[in-house]
Design a protein around this ligand. Structure first.
Ligand SMILES: Cc1cc2nc3c(=O)[nH]c(=O)nc-3n(C[C@H](O)[C@H](O)[C@H](O)COP(=O)(O)OP(=O)(O)OC[C@H]3O[C@@H](n4cnc5c(N)ncnc54)[C@H](O)[C@@H]3O)c2cc1C
Length: 285
């Protein structure tokens, strides 16, 4: 196995494209190294993107915030402006693992590992985040929800990788929130989770996005749940319809961590609670 540390995105793309065997991007390694140690994968090439300076940048522009693919959970958590603008996204990423894991893990790695229970993913989908996908033939911008295609699978073609996550520019009177349920308070995987992002106008929800995690093969955007609260002041009736729409969107597995019935029910409960938090954060009464 070859391990390489390119210093530019172009170099990384060329390395991935020219590898005839099995190549993996290495970001924090908090999923990849575990899988290698367990013998689940045997890469021929590891391309470590942590040594590409541009991958560590967090840059603001009129179009939004561009977060390099090697930015760790810890770096994100320390970024005060980002935590103010997108508390749901930052808190979701902050739930990943321990302090040690936080110092390494990335949102792009969380997304590309493609676990249905990945914590940052529903929050990013609710935020309307996009990713910049790069390869030696160029760049394309893709909505976060289009990246995972099933447990452990992504829609990325061979040689493609994520260069950055883009959060849209924040409108005034907006708020987001992410909640997960885990049997333990720390170091556990979500049994179900929900991310909600909304913007208010004259005290009513003017726009919203709702996404769920751990209740289907991939994180899911639930437009019907957003529709249930748009135009409302987030009264109990609207919240009830949001919860029902979320439960209706669930296609969970039944395992020792949660039954289908349990996951389906708590997904609605979590979405309802997350919507209330997002509403308050947006300045709603
Ligand atoms: C103890 C422990 C606790 C954990 N707790 C949680 C938790 O609570 N919640 C949670 O969601 N996860 C958890 N995880 C899983 C893991 O930490 C996260 O999924 C993390 O975000 C992965 O990021 P990484 O940068 O370490 O990815 P890596 O391990 O480097 O990569 C993961 C996968 O994504 C690919 N990849 C990485 N970056 C890119 C890129 N830029 N473009 C294309 N492909 C890429 C890799 O090739 C690999 O297939 C935990 C892991 C451990 C070891």
């Amino acid at each position: 196995m070859r391990y390489v540390r390119p210093s530019t995105t172009q170099e990384a793309a060329a390395l991935l494209e020219s590898e005839p065997g099995v190549a993996y991007v290495l970001a924090g390694g908090t999923d990849l190294l575990v899988r290698m140690k367990l013998g689940h994968i045997e890469p021929d090439l590891l391309v470590d993107i942590k040594h590409i300076p541009a991958m560590h940048a967090i840059a603001h522009s009129a179009r939004g915030t561009r977060i390099g693919a090697a930015v760790s959970g810890a770096m994100l958590g320390e970024h005060k402006a980002l935590a103010r603008a997108w508390p749901g996204v930052v808190e979701a990423t902050g739930l990943i693992g321990s302090d040690q894991v936080q110092s390494r893990c990335t949102m792009a790695g969380n997304l590309c590992n493609a676990s249905p229970a990945a914590d940052s993913v529903p929050a990013l989908i609710a935020a309307g985040a996009k990713v910049v996908v790069v390869s030696s033939s160029g760049r394309r911008t893709v909505a976060v929800e289009k990246i995972p295609s099933g447990p452990g699978k992504t829609s990325l073609a061979a040689g493609e990788f994520i260069e950055a996550v883009i959060l849209p520019a924040r409108s005034p009177r907006s708020g987001d929130a992410y909640l997960r349920f885990t049997p333990r308070t720390e170091m556990d995987i979500a049994v179900a989770s929900a991310g909600v992002n909304l913007t208010l106008a004259r005290g009513r929800v003017a726009s919203a996005r709702v996404a769920l995690g751990a209740v289907a093969p991939t994180a899911v955007l639930v437009p019907a749940a957003a529709k249930a609260i748009i135009g409302t002041r987030l009264d109990d009736d609207a919240l009830g319809k949001l919860a029902a729409a979320c439960s209706a969107a669930c296609k969970p597995i039944d395992d020792k961590r949660g039954t289908i019935e349990y996951r389906t029910r708590i997904a609605g409960v979590l979405a309802r609670r997350a919507a209330r938090i997002a509403f308050q954060r947006a300045g709603g009464a």
